[in-house]
Design a protein around this ligand. Structure first.
Ligand code: CTP
Length: 401
């Protein structure tokens, strides 16, 4: 990491501001210079003196301070940075940036910058979920801003839900990714990823599900986004937070997943990682089944196949459609059969048999099956498999107009 790299950190007003002190320390440990704009509200939570001591630089606060304007105007402040990070990003700061308002140093610097912008929101769960905030966040993403989605949990206001600012480690890793001048070969492309299990209702309280954790699909969505793709992740129920820079759509059933997937078209590439339930109850929903003597017999009916639907889409087939195959025997033969039957371009086959620990685990051993042949990849972490697959996908698009 070279010494020239500098982050302009805008600290908004929120209890999570204290986490920025740790973030500044970690950034400096990584050899990155930090210059801080502390908003008026931010200064209610952390003092300019503690920020300045950690940053080793003066702290900027007031747009109309003549000294600041002559020494370092908002234009220079934002241009001299390699990237701009807003953390915690309050609902107010997000709304300002989404709407182009500029009435203080923070908002002016954000509009004036020509560098990548990363925002780490933190707020009350209701404020985060409010349609106005969600609309503003979607606008920011559309403008190319990287949004590090807040996590769920106990909030400082006493409520629980989504709204906790990402931890300094997670913010640092997104910053390092962006600072590394990583090539972004998928910029301008739209990637669609399905992940996780589906839940198929038997009645209002019971459902059919499976053991998929969603980890591999989430890692792939994250890797595609890191290479610059606008990435939509259609996710069944999982315990995972949305990866940084990815737009997540949460669904439950296979039919919802199909509808969300089709609604997200057109896409350049689709990667179907979800463990979609093959069947659902023929008569689901209604009232809760009661114990009336003998156990009920459950009639099942087949779910739509999302991978096949995308592969055979006659108007909006993505240029590259990738499926997964979880097999316990004859892995390659079954994967090749799936490739032909479903009409996709590649199948990533993984062996989920014996002690592989793939389902729910951290590592994976996969084979890339295409019309050209089979590649055996070495066992690796799910994020390494994801990074390799994303790079292969980028290779396809490097040759396409
Ligand atoms: N898939 C899908 N929609 C379904 C079922 C599967 O999109 N309703 C996708 C998965 O996301 C995966 C691929 O199809 O990419 C393989 O899924 P799998 O369940 O293994 O395939 P099946 O055709 O069900 O084969 P089998 O059950 O015989 O193994």
């Amino acid at each position: 990491m070279n010494d020239q790299q500098r982050v302009l950190l805008i600290i908004g007003g929120g209890i999570a501001a204290y986490k920025c002190l740790d973030l500044i320390r970690r950034l400096r440990d990584a050899g990155i210079a930090v210059r801080v704009i502390l908003t008026k509200a931010g200064a209610e939570f952390v003092t300019p003196l503690s920020v300045a001591s950690l940053a080793g630089d003066k702290v900027y606060g007031d747009l109309f301070s003549l000294t600041d304007e002559s020494e370092m105007g908002h234009i220079r402040l934002s241009r001299e940075a390699s990237l701009v990070v807003m953390a915690p990003a309050t609902a107010d700061l997000i709304a300002k940036l989404a709407n182009g308002l500029a009435n203080d140093l923070a908002s002016t610097a954000l509009l004036a910058t020509d560098k990548p912008v990363i925002v780490a929101p933190a707020m009350n769960a209701r404020m985060w979920l409010h349609p106005a905030t969600q609309r503003n966040v979607a606008t920011l993403k559309g403008d190319g801003v990287t949004v590090i989605e807040p996590g769920a949990g106990a909030l400082a206001c006493g409520e629980t839900g989504p709204g906790r600012m990402a931890e300094p480690d997670a913010i640092l890793s997104v910053i390092l990714d962006r600072l590394a001048d990583a090539p972004r070969p998928l910029a301008g492309r739209h990637a669609l990823v399905t992940a996780g299990p589906t839940w198929e209702a038997i009645d209002p309280v019971r459902y059919i599900a499976n053991r998929s954790s969603g980890k591999q699909g989430y890692a792939i969505a994250e890797a595609l986004a890191r290479l610059g793709a606008r990435t939509t992740l259609i996710s069944g129920p999982t315990a995972l937070d949305a990866p940084a820079g990815v737009e997540r759509v949460c669904v439950e059933s296979a039919r919802d997943m199909l509808a969300a997937t089709e609604a997200a078209l057109p896409a350049d590439v689709a990667v179907c990682v979800a463990a979609v339930s093959d069947w659902r109850a023929a008569v689901g929903g209604g009232q809760k089944l009661k114990k009336n003597g003998a156990p009920p017999s459950l009639e099942l009916t087949e779910n739509p196949d999302i991978l096949t639907t995308l592969s055979r889409h006659n108007r909006q087939r993505p240029a590259l459609v990738v499926g997964f195959a979880a097999e316990t025997e004859r892995v390659i033969a079954y994967a090749q059969d799936k490739l032909a039957r479903k009409g996709c371009d590649w199948i990533v086959a993984n062996d989920v048999s014996h002690d592989t620990g793939v389902m729910g685990g951290e590592r994976n051993t996969v084979h890339l099956v295409t019309a050209e042949g089979v590649e055996d990849w070495p066992t690796a972490s799910k994020s390494e498999v994801a990074a390799r697959l994303a790079t292969r996908i980028a290779g396809v698009f490097a040759r396409k107009p």
